[in-house]
Design a protein around this ligand. Structure first.
Ligand code: NAG
Length: 205
């Protein structure tokens, strides 16, 4: 569950990066960006700015940007980013003992923990992301999922809930029928079906 929350944070930060702002002059009468919208613990700001270069640039240009100090922290990263220098990453587990039934060495224990319960997990899921429904133009629908559709991000899909099929059967999986979910994008049916291999009731437990 925590991991899902972590993924949620990662993706909402990415979404925050796509806000619109216009760079007009170096000394703007109106602020280039409303920096009060970045409501993060101060120690997280350098990581945010390094993942949102456009905001970092606006901060650099804006004499009133409250995050000037954070701009000094060169290339710090959470750990899941491409090109994240392992020396600059946010954290890495510290282990004092490795259980031989689990891993062979302390280094392997740290790596395994990082991949299963830390940002290494996010890195692997991001690497798996595949477009299952491809938009033709901005504003179209889309569907992107990691392996086995364990994590998905969809835009502009519709669900037609006008004729709900309620019954006493608890784990009914044919809740939506043909035509009741859709959008405007090119669906890769084969890929979507292939990723459905882990789907079954109670998988979110
Ligand atoms: C800037 O953002 C804050 C927090 O979202 C909001 O309260 C404030 O009204 C915004 N200021 C402007 C000028 O848009």
């Amino acid at each position: 569950m925590l991991l899902l929350v972590a993924l949620g944070i990662v993706f909402s930060l990415t979404a925050a990066a796509t806000e619109k702002a216009e760079v007009t002059t170096n000394k703007p009468a109106v602020p280039l960006f409303n920096f009060s919208r970045i409501y993060l613990p101060p120690e997280h700001v350098p990581y945010f700015l390094n993942n949102n270069k456009r905001v970092a640039k606006l901060c650099h240009l804006d004499p009133l940007c409250p995050f000037k100090d954070a701009l000094q922290s060169q290339s710090v990263c959470w750990g899941y980013e491409k090109n994240c220098d392992s020396k600059k990453r946010f954290s890495y587990p510290v282990c004092t003992k490795a259980d031989s039934g689990w891993v062979q060495s302390l280094d392997a224990a740290r790596e395994l923990f990082w991949k299963q319960a830390d940002f290494g997990y996010v890195k692997e899921r991001i690497a798996e992301l595949k477009t299952l429904c491809k938009p033709d133009k901005p504003g179209d629908s889309s569907l992107r999922c990691s392996s086995h559709t364990r994590f998905c991000r969809a835009t502009n899909l519709y669900l037609d809930l006008r004729k709900p099929r309620r019954s006493h059967e608890r784990y009914k999986e044919d809740f939506t029928h043909t035509g009741e979910i859709g959008g405007h994008c090119q669906l890769n049916r084969h890929a979507l079906a292939a990723e459905g291999d882990h789907k079954s009731p109670l998988q979110s437990w």
